[in-house]
Ligand binder design. Sequence first.
Ligand code: DGL
Length: 272
Amino acid sequence: MDNRPIGVFDSGLGGLTAVKELEEILPGESIVYFGDTGRVPYGTRSRDTVRRYAGQDMAFLMEHRVKAVLAACGTVSSTAKDIGERLPVRYFDVVDPTARAALRLSRSKKIGITGTSATIHSGAYVKAILALDPQAQVYPKACPLFVPLVESGFVDPQDEITRLTVERYLAPLRDAGVDVLILGCTHYPIIKEAIGRFMGPEVALVDSGREAALALGGFLRENHMLCSQDNRRTAEYYVTDEPENFEASARLFLGHSVEGKRIDIEKYSSLI
Ligand code: DGL
């Protein structure tokens, strides 16, 4: 048994999609969430900047004595893959569990991959899928407007702007006949309905935050690292901008209210 919390981080709100999964699959676990709302988005920044930010985010989580870290951010997962090796605790990113799930679900082995520009340019998902199945056909597509749409609350599937943006980015993948579409950024499940309506019911959508949460849960269970039954669950949320906006959106994502605390991330030296 290990009563320490699980550390989860993202550039902003997107990682809450992984927290929601953790709440469902591991309801007794304590969580420390860090959302870098003052520096979002990460996905349009250079690799070096994303790595430095991720290194600071990890340093913050390590100060909170977490037992495992979940990088609930496709951008960090694909540009700072080596970061886990520097941590004294087990590190999970979204890429490998998502690649495995996509191959499991695909019959045609034609797999679409969406993500931020940084994620797609890193080629991390393509590499992970082809390492598992060299015969797979992959169709990567950067969707840089999805994160601002989500962060600005344009999440209604009927919203004309959201609908047209989805269509513009995903038409080539639908035309290519993919039967699985990876939502390689943890913000994207928030507009899953709009994406699903456009791609059609025969295309399975793989939620990267969910797959990573399942992998982490399985690891804790197998290694007897879950909290004890009598543990009092806690959930702390830290952000780097005014907490009010975060709290309002978090309620939408999680279905319950949370209290965000603002911290100064620049005080932390990067672990990479
Ligand atoms: N949620 C993030 C991801 O999964 C990052 C979005 C961003 O900051 O650009 O890639």
